[in-house]
Design a protein around this ligand. Structure first.
Ligand code: NAP
Length: 315
């Protein structure tokens, strides 16, 4: 007989880890499944300055490591597997993974979101060879080099500032002439002498031989294109893309109600339209996607899962 967990959580980011903590502390048998590495997006974030209680210079990875330890301390299991299918059989949720099947009385979906690609020629070819989606991971490779950061939101501007610690010069390339990032973040960026801006501009193509050597910019007002080539002494430069995220909810398409962009619809109790399936974190339709809201979602989802299990299985 296969083990039936009380709660299986899909995703090991802040929402999933918080759900795991609350679920395990409530003495429910709890399994967190993560397809890559625990932590989600936060593990590639250098500074987490806006999480209450975060001390100065607290990094994403250190926060995640503490969350993981706390989850394990209370008995949650964390395993690596990618779930390919979810179905309900006699009130039990069946999760079909690459490594095997898992059974649960309740599922908490916390799959997060992944970086949106620009979708231009050369982007995929040069990912890891000059094109990056993670400043914490790759900024170091561009020490004393030039870097372009695509996007105008919080991620682009914050990561651009982080990159000034390494790069010689950082240029934020944005498709409009006003940033979307929070005013407080913008102010710091405008004051930073190492940051320049290219407004009304996007990237049309990334070129090189084995490594990024040039980029074609397009001015969206004039339609004019210009090719920027790496300085001879550098040979290359960096292109960091931060143009938003896409919810990783493919698994639940056709099963759970979502909005047009693929974010999962829930009520205030993190309940989806499917009994026994809850959702938490960035995958959800919500107004603020932050660690603080993700962990809150996770806690609510776990408490509600406990209530659901009590009402459905223990009456
Ligand atoms: P975002 O807020 O969705 O911003 C995406 C940016 O990319 C926008 O400026 C957008 O331009 C631009 N963009 C989108 N598609 C593009 C394309 N195809 N080509 C060129 N530019 C494109 O994404 P984010 O900055 O990653 O932030 C995601 C969420 O995380 C937000 O809720 C944000 O507040 C949060 N976050 C918060 C912090 C923090 O508070 N410390 C840090 C990071 C992220 P337009 O402006 O023209 O739409």
């Amino acid at each position: 007989m296969e083990k039936i967990y009380d709660v299986v959580i899909i995703g090991g980011g802040p929402a999933g880890l918080s759900a795991g903590l609350y679920s395990a502390r409530a003495k429910m048998s709890t399994l967190i499944l993560e397809k890559e590495k625990t932590g989600g997006q936060i593990s590639s974030t250098e500074e987490v300055a806006n999480y209450p209680g975060s001390i100065e210079h607290a990094t994403g990875p250190s926060l995640v490591a503490r969350m993981v330890d706390q989850c394990k301390e209370f008995g949650a299991a964390i395993e690596k597997d990618e779930i390919k299918e979810v179905r309900t059989e006699d009130n039990i949720q069946v999760l079909v993974g690459e490594k095997g099947n898992y059974y649960a009385r309740a599922i908490i979906a916390a799959p997060g979101a992944s970086p949106r690609l620009l979708g231009v020629p050369g982007e995929k070819e040069f990912t890891g060879k000059g094109v990056s989606y993670c400043a914490t991971c790759d900024a170091d490779f561009f020490t004393d080099l030039e870097v372009f950061v695509l996007g105008g939101g919080d991620s682009a501007v914050e990561e651009a500032m982080f990159m000034t610690r390494f790069a010689r010069k950082v240029t934020i390339v944005h498709r409009r002439d006003t940033l979307k990032a929070a005013k407080s973040i913008q102010e710091k960026a405008f004051k930073n002498p190492k940051i320049d801006f290219m407004w009304h501009t996007t990237i049309e193509e990334i070129k090189g031989e084995g490594i990024v050597e040039s980029v074609v910019f397009k001015n969206l007002q004039t339609g004019e294109t210009t090719e920027h080539k790496a300085a001879e002494e550098d040979g290359t430069f960096g292109i960091f893309v931060f143009v938003g995220y896409i919810p990783q909810t493919e698994l639940f398409k056709g099963i759970i109600d979502m909005d047009q962009a693929g974010y999962i619809k829930t009520d205030d109790n993190m309940k989806t339209n499917v009994p026994g399936i809850f959702a938490a974190g960035d995958c959800r339709v919500k107004s603020l996607r932050q660690v603080v809201t993700a962990v809150a979602d996770g806690a609510i989802a776990a408490v509600q899962a406990e209530k659901y299990i009590e009402n459905t299985f223990h009456e």
